[in-house]
Design a protein around this ligand. Structure first.
Ligand code: C5P
Length: 240
């Protein structure tokens, strides 16, 4: 690979148990195509020269290969087996990433991002002014900090901690999160910590400065059956 390569690591090695389906959610149908295919297609349409690394549950690698061949989805992909947590899955993929590239790490179950977001983020990274770029959205809801407690009858109750959160300072992080390959490989050489909730938190612990851009409302993570129903409505109304 050349200096300046653009690489997508698409994370799809989760089991998706919250979706309540025996098929991992990344393979479920969204308007006639698997969610994961839609996600990859958006990146490839936005940046045709992008190299794709797809991280899958080990037991679904041959399933995905066969699906791609039988459905004429012939975008070249390097297929990598995931790990115990998302952190370990990312780390497995980074072993395949050369120096000198810009790496976008994206959740396979966020299929509704726009091509513009992908292009704009890569173009900001190519200016050399940011080391890492994270899409965020301001919180629209008022946030409550509550503690779980036990009631008189042993039931679970929620209690205010008394702390207030200033909503104007709260943002929700999305993916793709973009990094220089040397930086993110160095960050993922750290030991796993359960406080790492996204790639940005791993990079920040390593001291890599983070820059932010505006994410997109439709770029939500498909987690529950309700999310999938919403995504299907969006797809059918926009005829994507
Ligand atoms: O579980 P969660 O919804 O946070 O997963 C976010 C993304 O990370 C999903 O696309 C999922 O497939 C991926 N993942 C992974 N390896 C894991 C766990 C999650 O690639 N071990």
């Amino acid at each position: 690979m050349n200096v300046g390569d653009k690489i997508l690591i698409v994370m799809a090695a989760g089991s998706g148990s919250r979706m309540g389906s025996s098929t991992p959610k990344q393979f479920l149908d969204l308007g006639g195509k698997p969610i994961l295919r839609r996600t990859i297609e958006t990146f490839v349409s936005a940046v045709p020269e992008i190299r794709v690394i797809t991280v899958l549950p080990r037991e679904h690698i041959s399933f995905w290969r066969e699906y791609c061949l039988s459905s004429d989805f012939l975008c070249p992909q390097l297929l990598v087996a995931g790990g115990f947590t998302r952190f370990h899955s990312v780390r497995n993929a980074l072993e395949k990433v050369p120096d000198g590239a810009v790496v976008a790490i994206h959740d396979g179950v966020r299929p509704l991002l726009s091509q513009e977001l992908v292009r704009n983020m890569f173009s900001k990274m190519s200016t050399g002014k940011c080391r890492a770029l994270i899409p965020v959205l301001p919180s629209v809801d008022t946030l409550k900090l509550l503690d779980k407690a036990k009631g008189d009858l042993g039931e679970d109750i929620l209690k205010s901690s008394g702390e207030e959160i200033d909503r104007s300072r709260v943002y929700c992080a999305q993916t793709p999160q973009m990094f220089r390959s040397e930086d993110i490989k160095a960050a993922y050489s750290q030991a796993f910590d359960t406080s790492f909730t996204d790639d940005a938190s791993v990079a920040a612990r390593k001291g890599i400065p983070l820059s932010y851009c505006l994410g997109e409302r439709y770029n939500f993570k498909l987690t529950s059956p309700e999310d999938l129903a919403l995504a299907r409505m969006i797809i059918s109304s926009s005829r994507r």
